[in-house]
Design a protein around this ligand. Sequence first.
Ligand SMILES: [Zn+2]
Length: 310
Amino acid sequence: MRVFLLCLTMVLGTTSAFGWGCEGHQMIALLARTQLTPAASAAVDKLLKDNPISPTLSRFCKDRPADIMADLSTWADDARSGEGTGAWHFVDIPMTIAKTPGDKSLDKWCPENGGKDGSGCVTKAILEQWQILKDKTQPAEARARALRYVIHFVEDTHQPLHDSDNTDHGGNCTAVTYLNEEKPANLHAIWDYRILQTDMERRKLSQSAYTAAIGAEFAKRRAGWSKEKVDPEAWAWEGHALAAKLTYGLLRPLIPVEPPGEADCNAERARVAALHISIGEAYIGQSLPVIREQLAHSAARLANLLNQTF
Ligand SMILES: [Zn+2]
């Protein structure tokens, strides 16, 4: 997966991003499912089942859950090159930017038109696809496609490196040592799925058991979360703050904050390699509670959006 990610980054020259990996994406959808109203749950199933994806599309995730919403939560990653929607999975807010009151717009980092991999970014894609999903005059096939995108992108936005960039393609060009492994791992993959997998393995929990554990851990927060507005830009700013505080902020030594610009992946890798950064137990211990909260919060927000829709 790591090699695959790095290769893809080099081929596409863009932020390679499989936000949360297979396990994380599917678990968020499984948890969101438990928070849907019966009407929303049935409508989601009907739309997805009545409008199946192409049977010839190659699916990256091999252990696919029976729940159709969880299964199709990873469709957008499989379809990204065919649909030309790679840019919709992230918004590259530079690490030089601090959120300032009155300047919350992400337009600067969300290209409207052009670009080699389509246009837009994750926050606009959520709102645009949600509009299509809500519009009953749209063909059912378009609404099903929009639903698959909305599920995936609400999840992606909650991975801090999908909202952040240190001129390193959202951590894809930042190679560090993970738990004393011989081969370097890229920071994006570590946040997508490595830390999560480490936790699942250590606790010996299956996907369904881990989903239930996260649901229980954050059950008391759900009432507050269910009152939140659908606000993808606010979610992206939250992710950016977490990247500054934890994802990059806990690295030792710190990687200098780079001015925004086009990433030179090889140069960035060499620069970071010279710092000999190693991610160990202290980093994982501080990141894991936040990763679990982001999964749970993402599930609650996805459920809110779908409950409002159907
Ligand atoms: Zn994605």
